[in-house]
Ligand binder design. Structure first.
Ligand code: SF4
Length: 385
């Protein structure tokens, strides 16, 4: 008689509080609260060996060894910058790696996290886009980036917080990996995880309109939108997804998101590229769009603008705008009473521009075609088609 197949061990990094409680009750036959002890060991004390979880009984530890594992992604390389920025190259499997970047700044420390290996959206100014798309990251691989950074920084939740903010702004479009990203963000916000307030976890999207609505139904995190142009013709050239979801539809989805969450706002990211989208008429178009957004939401400063000087990479046809043009663009927005910041470039010596990260993406062609089929089967438009 053939032996029954052994179920693969569950990676606990893939589970948020509720799914881990379910696992304890359903698979291990244990009390749900036991899951809380394990979460604290992993996310507060960075312990991954069940034998070191000393407040768990021997029998439970043995059960955990049999049915579960705690497997974080592997750091391939860590690059600290002179200004305190740290970049990690993290291996997800033998063929794929992504980047995560930690950026310390007056009283806060922000980690920029990736959600996919590569990206299918093909934005024309993006270094990640040049690699194509390979696959979605699992929940374990998304939260694993936070775990790696927090452990390395000696972060202690509720006491010594060096990691105060997370932005889903690394490689990939987070809303195209919805379930894994939402589950990972729930661990980021959970007191048994990293205890970050909703406003300290930001998801940045290129404008997946239906998924913005879906996110609004299940989560209260901050939203950032990669806008980069305030007219459809130019935006479609820079962000091809705009062909599927033009600015009017995108802004309407943003209005619905803000209206669900009183006192919230949306940050519109605008990467400034020399002679492309950095001229006075572009600033005026953007100011008009922001004013319309405030009016439609009936909230002052519902939309904020974050100007990002373009970070050139080998092979790109775009250039960074001059300092004079950046300041002039900001001034025009401020004169129109649009709350505007300019992102300071950090980690220049380690090539750590958040939002334009690069990793190692292999075998992309077949997987990209498979991914498109999966999206079509789910009724999701393929934005890059
Ligand atoms: S800018 Fe963002 S959405 Fe666009 S290709 Fe790059 S990673 Fe993807």
């Amino acid at each position: 008689m053939e032996a029954a197949p052994v179920a693969p061990r569950k990676n606990i990094f893939d589970l948020d509080r509720v799914s881990l409680e379910d696992f304890f009750e359903g698979v291990l036959g244990e009390k749900r609260y036991r899951a809380h002890q394990v979460m604290k060991w992993i996310h507060h004390r960075y312990v991954t060996d069940f034998d070191e979880m000393t407040d768990l009984g021997k029998v439970l530890r043995a059960k955990l060894q049999q049915h579960a594992e705690v497997r974080a992604p592997m750091v391939i390389h860590e690059k600290p910058s002179a200004d305190g920025t740290i970049k990690w190259l993290i291996g997800m499997d033998p063929k794929n790696a992504i980047e995560a970047v930690y950026i310390p700044d007056k009283g806060r420390g922000t980690l920029c996290v990736s959600s996919q290996v590569g990206c299918a959206l093909n934005c024309s100014f993006c270094s990640t886009a040049t690699q194509g798309f390979n696959r979605n990251l699992t929940t374990a691989e998304v939260i694993g980036q936070v775990w790696i950074a927090a452990r390395q920084l000696g972060n202690l939740p509720h006491q010594r917080r060096r990691l105060t903010n997370v932005v889903m702004m690394g490689m990939g479009e987070p809303l195209m990996n919805f379930d894994n990203v939402v589950r990972a963000m729930s661990i980021m916000r959970d007191d048994l995880g990293y205890g970050l307030a909703n406003k300290r976890v930001t998801l940045s999207t290129a404008g997946m309109v239906p998924m913005i609505d879906k996110l609004g139904e299940v989560s209260d995190v901050s939203l950032a939108v990669s806008l980069h142009a305030a007219n459809d013709e130019l935006r479609t050239e820079l962000v091809p997804l705009n062909k599927k979801y033009p600015i009017e539809q995108l802004m309407a989805a943003c209005q619905r998101y803000v209206k669900r969450k009183p006192k919230s706002s949306i940050t519109f990211e605008y990467t400034l590229m020399k002679g492309v989208n950095d001229q006075p008429e572009h600033a005026r178009q953007l100011a008009r769009l922001m004013r319309q957004f405030d009016n439609a939401t009936q909230m002052k400063d519902a939309g904020k603008v974050n100007l990002i000087p373009f970070n050139p990479f080998p092979g790109t046809r775009f250039e960074r705008s001059s300092e004079v043009d950046i300041r002039a663009f900001q001034k025009l927005l401020q004169e129109a009473r649009v709350l505007t910041t300019v992102r300071r470039t950090r980690g220049d010596d380690i090539d750590a521009a958040c939002g334009q990260l690069k990793g190692q993406v292999m075998d992309r062609t077949r997987r990209q075609a498979d991914f498109r089929k999966t999206l079509a089967a789910q009724g999701v438009n393929d934005a890059s088609a």
